[in-house]
Design a protein around this ligand. Sequence first.
Ligand code: PNS
Length: 180
Amino acid sequence: MVGQALIQWFLPSASTDSVVAIYPGSFDPLTNGHLDLIRRARRIAGKLIVAVLNNDQKHPLFSVEERMEMLREACVEMDNVEVGSFSGLLAEYAANRGARVIVRGIRAISDYEYELQMASMNRRMRPEIETMFLLAAEENSFISSRLVKEIARLGGNISGIVPNFVESRLAARFENPSKV
Ligand code: PNS
């Protein structure tokens, strides 16, 4: 019930069941760090929307559909988790989906500056939506999608850092058949 107490402190008029939260990101690809955050965030919201950014300017390795497929596979047993995608402003997407909370993870102090800027700008645009930061678990604090891709591309071992099916997809993408 820590989740309930926390959300009532955060959003006094809400019960956990009625709170829709959004966890946005690129998820290119999903890592075990993301997955840990999804598992923890879903306990403090009635519904958690994991929202994949649709932005080709970032030149993602996986298409939005592929990234959503991986998320759906990982969250198949999480009944209050929905996978979505968005383009344009996150604050507008969150408002359109009726979300009152944006969840972001912080791994290290270096994440904080960017996250603080984003949260402040999002609050300026949509003051009714709160950003909530969850600290990455210690064992995940070094994981990033960027490094996962680089290691996979160079044939390194990423088991335990991403789900097995993500590892296979990365191996297939980089044509490393021994790991598919
Ligand atoms: O996983 P990432 O790449 O760190 O996620 C960044 C994301 C998707 C949360 C951020 O780039 C974003 O919100 N993009 C949507 C465009 C937007 O709203 N920009 C203004 C942010 S204040």
